[in-house]
Design a binder for this molecule. Structure first.
Ligand SMILES: [Zn+2]
Length: 61
């Protein structure tokens, strides 16, 4: 656990649910109750390093 984030708990890193936002993003719900921000499919795709996503990323350039 990072020592410089004292107000975060293990629950802050535990995913409790997902909520679809339209047809383009997810809102992530965390076990400590926060749900700040939405994550678009494009953004999540860019974060992923798996072969499928890297192929799609290369094809779209
Ligand atoms: Zn992937």
């Amino acid at each position: 656990m990072p020592a410089d984030k004292p107000d975060l708990t293990t629950d802050s890193y535990r995913l409790s649910g997902l909520k679809a936002v339209g047809h383009y993003a997810w809102q992530l719900l965390w076990a400590d109750g926060h749900s700040t921000g939405i994550y678009t499919y494009d953004y999540l795709r860019r974060l992923c390093d798996c072969d499928i996503c890297l192929e799609k990323e290369a094809a779209s350039d």
